[in-house]
Design a protein around this ligand. Structure first.
Ligand SMILES: [Zn+2]
Ligand SMILES: [Zn+2]
Length: 161
């Protein structure tokens, strides 16, 4: 197979993995509470999709839907040390605008900082406030930025990528 053809197949596969209505979709099973998609599972609040041929499928072949959505956008499979964080705190909200990729350390920081008042979350990072907008009333997000600044940087990065 030519490299270009292999690359195109790889891209198609990434889109298919993230697509709930794509070829991986399985017929809904009707239960008393309505139709239930087979191949979808919720564990500890996160939605998992059945993607047994994904390189990071766990256990019986499931992958977090949030990761699949990000991977289709970035056009690559995430490393296991890359965490996907739900910005609004709702773990089932896997819209791309609600997801950010963070290192494990950044991710832990956010969840710890989230329990402190914003001013303390900056102090914990040795900062007086966001290094871009200077605000202290917004919580620390990652890379010395508040949530809003981190988000706008990320959008620029996604557009470029
Ligand atoms: Zn998180
Ligand atoms: Zn800022």
């Amino acid at each position: 197979m030519k490299p270009e053809a292999r690359e195109r197949l790889r891209q198609i596969r990434l889109q298919q993995w993230a697509d709930p209505n794509g070829p991986y979709r399985r017929t809904d099973r009707t239960t008393r509470s309505g139709p239930k998609p087979i191949g979808e599972r919720v564990d500890k609040g996160y939605v998992y999709l059945y993607r047994p041929d994904h390189p990071h499928a766990i256990g019986a072949g499931y992958v977090k839907r949030s990761r699949l959505v990000v991977e289709a956008t970035l056009n690559r499979v995430l490393d296991s040390h890359e965490h996907v964080h739900h910005v609004n705190g709702i773990k089932t909200d896997d819209r791309i605008e609600n997801l950010v990729v963070l290192s494990r350390a950044e991710h832990n920081h956010i969840h710890k900082a989230g329990r402190r008042p914003p001013a303390q979350s900056w102090a914990a990072h040795g900062l007086d406030g966001c290094t871009v907008c200077g605000r202290r009333d917004r919580r620390y997000m990652a890379r010395n930025m508040c949530h809003a600044c981190y988000e706008s940087e990320r959008r620029i990065r996604l557009k470029r990528g």
